[in-house]
Design a protein around this ligand. Structure first.
Ligand code: SAM
Ligand code: SF4
Length: 435
């Protein structure tokens, strides 16, 4: 019997969140309804991430937990990057998995569900670029801050990373599809759009780049804020940097991963930038938009990383003074060049470096937040807070801001930032400026 209810569990990056929303729309269009708890759903989609350690093992144990007390189980679809990497092997390792669907095949999910209900065990891990986007229905629901994938895949082949293998080659969605989807999101209530891509700033279509796209989206009435993530330093064009100075709706925030501060390690990572070229880019961005909040990604314990290399990473953190940053222990990914490099770093060394790096990043984050106290700014309200009358929203610099206000999600309130913590700010309403 065709399932009537479904639950999609998305792990990992924002692009998975976007894909999860789109799969939900597809299934809803087929007459199924979403339920909150996996245990109640007749179909469960596990939208997995493969970027770090034990991703596959975690996915298989999540599958195992879907067995109900009476021994029955829902229809199970393994989606996302683990599905892409494991393919049909997934069903050999876990016979509970009915469907294996890779990130470029989601448009076939309803058909695969129908096949599975007839007893088949469909697997689709083809990588036909862009087919899925054409099959997704028009957006009818949107959060105040909505994701919009504009670019997928990666041709950069950093030596530690699985993305080029699980998401396929770099591909940009066409201009008009994106503008139409952005308009639909705004019509559905979005006030902010976050453009997504594995290398979002590599987006291009008919000689136009991301800066042109941002300028066009900024003309949409009702859209108040634009962000984009994740960018690669080598694709940070002068035009995109200039847009940060010109386009009012483009928020003063940039996530620009550097991974390491050591040129020797950056070379071994195949990052195609150096610490100095990265810092030069940051300087240009800061002269276009002096108040920009900078964020980044770091990997500690890449094979061969010496204490001196790690010190260079701490130095780049101090030089940039990140407003926030993500840091990870290197995880050997099967099939990537770095996994077979000599001199893999012992776990205790990685633990120690990660802890030192994170405490340095936290110092800068707190300093950034403290420097914002007293600033008058706007907060886009996203959801209710813990206390009665408290709402949580975002500042232009992506800080989470707690505000006592009667404003609803989607409204923009004019606040003074009055207090700073390591993870959030407190804002006091001055007046409500936009409905
Ligand atoms: N394309 C983006 C870029 O190059 O900055 C990032 C994509 S990746 C999904 C997000 C982050 O995961 C990377 O920036 C990197 O810091 C981290 N990452 C990727 N592979 C990793 C690995 N094998 N071990 C640890 N962290 C990893
Ligand atoms: Fe992975 Fe590097 Fe591509 Fe980012 S640029 S997705 S880290 S291969």
């Amino acid at each position: 019997m065709t399932p009537k209810t479904f639950k999609i569990k998305s792990f990992g990056c924002q692009m998975n969140v976007y894909d999860g929303e789109r799969m939900a729309e597809l299934l809803t269009e087929q007459g199924m309804s979403a339920v909150d708890e996996g245990a109640d759903a007749e179909l469960v989609v596990l939208n997995t991430c493969h970027i770090r350690e034990k991703a596959a093992e975690k996915a298989y144990s999540d599958v195992g937990r879907l067995r109900r007390e009476d021994g029955s189980k829902p229809l199970i679809a393994l989606a996302g990057c683990v599905a892409q990497a494991e393919g049909a092997e997934a069903q050999r390792r876990s016979p509970m998995i009915d469907i294996v669907v890779g990130p470029q095949a989601y448009h076939r999910l309803p058909q695969m569900v129908a096949e599975a209900t007839r007893g088949a065990r469909p697997v689709d891990t083809d990588l036909p670029p862009l087919s899925k986007f054409g099959a997704f229905p028009l957006r009818r629901r949107a959060n105040p801050s909505a994701f919009l994938t504009v670019q997928e895949g990666c041709d950069k082949f950093c030596t530690y990373c699985v993305v080029p293998y699980t998401r396929g080659a770099e591909i940009s969605r066409p201009w008009s599809d994106i503008v139409d989807e952005a308009q639909a999101l705004v019509d559905a209530g979005a006030r902010e759009i976050v453009l997504l891509g594995q290398n979002v700033n590599a987006w291009e279509h008919e000689d136009r780049g991301l800066a042109d796209l941002i300028r066009a989206l900024a003309r949409i009435d009702g859209l108040e804020r634009i962000r984009y993530t994740t960018s690669h330093p080598v694709n940070m064009s002068d035009d995109l940097i200039a847009a940060h100075g010109e386009v009012k709706k483009l928020m003063p925030y940039l996530h620009l991963p550097v991974q390491s501060g050591s040129n020797r390690i950056l070379k071994a990572m195949n990052r195609s930038h150096t610490a100095d070229s990265y810092l030069a880019t940051i300087e240009k961005v800061r002269s276009a938009r002096p108040d920009i909040a900078l964020s980044g990604d770091f990997i500690v314990g890449f094979p061969g990383e010496s204490e001196e290399d790690f010190e260079a990473t701490l130095q780049i953190v101090d030089a940039v003074r990140y407003a926030s940053a993500y840091s990870f222990k290197y995880s050997a990914r099967p099939g990537t060049p770095a996994a077979s490099m000599e001199d893999q770093i012992p776990r205790e060394v990685m633990d120690d470096r990660l802890q030192r790096l994170q405490s340095r990043i936290n110092e800068h984050r707190l300093a950034f937040n403290r420097s914002a106290v007293g600033i008058e700014t706007e907060v886009l309200i996203e959801r209710s807070g813990r206390h009665d009358g408290q709402m949580i929203g975002r500042s232009p610099w992506l800080q989470s801001v707690h505000v006592d206000t009667s404003a609803a999600p989607g409204e923009i309130v004019d606040v003074t930032l009055v207090a700073a913590g390591p993870n959030s700010m407190t804002g006091a309403v001055r007046q409500e400026v936009a409905a």
